[in-house]
Design a protein around this ligand. Structure first.
Ligand SMILES: NC(=O)c1ccc[n+]([C@@H]2O[C@H](COP(=O)([O-])OP(=O)(O)OC[C@H]3O[C@@H](n4cnc5c(N)ncnc54)[C@H](OP(=O)(O)O)[C@@H]3O)[C@@H](O)[C@H]2O)c1
Length: 246
């Protein structure tokens, strides 16, 4: 299949819905070989089948980021089945609870860290060797604006995203001598289930869709992408793209 990502092998976590689904579809359209990871195997298998029916290459890896064994099994399966990894989109995440920090339930706090931080650390540890086998490995972490600004009730979500951004920065500088490029995207308000849970009073139709920002992730997955260590505000990227299209 021809496209900007033709010949590139890409792993997308949480590819069954929301922003991950939009990225997976855009990657498939651009010719990437997609490894679709997540818990909802039925949805992922149907998605992979639709990509294959359109002439693409796609497969599914079971991944429950709450469970270390599942994460290790997923990376072992990817290592066993693919010669290299060109793109890793660390998308899947948990919102946690919306509670004041002073009464934040510790079990939810730990669960959010497990999914948003520890699992991504294990994924990096399990996939770094494969990313190094690519001549142009690209890693994109999805973070959130609350990682860098205080917002009431965002508790473990905000703090775990801040920790994830720190993981991204350290991974980036420790791999400076490799061709791997590491960037972080803050999608900003986007019409998904997570956003609806976070801000239930908001009219979702006022928000941009995941499809609108999916091309940003194509740019960051290209072999020609030279960005390194950037924190990209998807709204600013989208505004610049729209201005450029006028
Ligand atoms: N939407 C926004 O406005 C917004 C704003 C800022 C940042 N973000 C970030 O953008 C990314 C995508 O968010 P979204 O809005 O698309 O959220 P979403 O619609 O809630 O989707 C979250 C995805 O993460 C997966 N996931 C959750 N827990 C998991 C686990 N234990 N193991 C494996 N997968 C798991 C979900 O799979 P299941 O279906 O199995 O639960 C789903 O595929 C996240 O990193 C989020 O923090 C979003």
């Amino acid at each position: 299949m021809s496209g900007q990502l033709s010949g590139r092998i890409a792993l997308i976590t949480g590819a069954n819905r929301g922003i991950g689904l939009a990225i997976a579809k855009e990657y498939a359209r651009e010719g990437a070989e997609c490894i679709l990871a997540g818990r909802n195997l039925k949805a992922l298998e149907e998605l992979a089948a639709s990509f294959r029916a359109a002439g693409g290459k796609a497969s599914v890896v079971e991944l429950d980021q709450e469970n270390d064994d599942s994460v290790r099994a997923a990376t072992a399966k990817i290592r066993a089945n693919f010669p290299r990894l060109d793109v890793f989109i660390a998308n899947a995440a948990s919102l946690g609870a919306r509670q004041p920090i002073i009464s934040y339930p510790l079990d939810v706090w730990r669960q959010t860290f497990q999914i948003n931080v520890h699992a991504n650390l294990l994924l990096l540890q399990g996939l770094d060797a494969l990313l190094r086998k690519s001549d142009s490995g690209r890693v994109v972490f999805l973070s959130a604006q609350v990682a860098t600004m205080a917002k009431v009730g965002t508790g473990s979500y905000a703090v775990s995203k801040a920790a994830l951004e720190s993981v991204a920065r350290i991974y980036m500088i420790e791999g400076q001598d490799t061709p791997i490029r590491v960037n972080t995207v803050s999608p900003m308000a986007t019409r998904t289930e997570m956003r609806a849970r976070a801000i239930p009073d908001e009219d979702p139709m006022t928000l941009k869709t995941p499809d609108e920002i999916a091309p940003l992730f194509v740019e960051l997955g290209l072999a020609s992408c030279t960005k390194q260590g950037e924190w990209i505000n998807a709204d600013k990227w989208l505004a610049a793209r729209k201005a450029g299209q006028k």
